[in-house]
Design a protein around this ligand. Sequence first.
Ligand SMILES: [Zn+2]
Length: 72
Amino acid sequence: MHCPLCKKEFQAESSTAMPFCSDRCRSIDLGRWLDEGYSLPEMSNPEADETPEDDWAQERLKDTEEAAGEAP
Ligand SMILES: [Zn+2]
């Protein structure tokens, strides 16, 4: 079969890094995926959205405790 990275023909049985011909080709392909992930600007947005949500949840918790205190 052919390595999807370097297009070199190799024996599937002799490879320890399927579907690549070698560990080197597998590492290079993995590195490319990681590079693409890190370059996405969206990666930092989910964390920024979490803070207001936490404050909102704590406000609700306070309201619930006050309501419970007023009960007889
Ligand atoms: Zn290869």
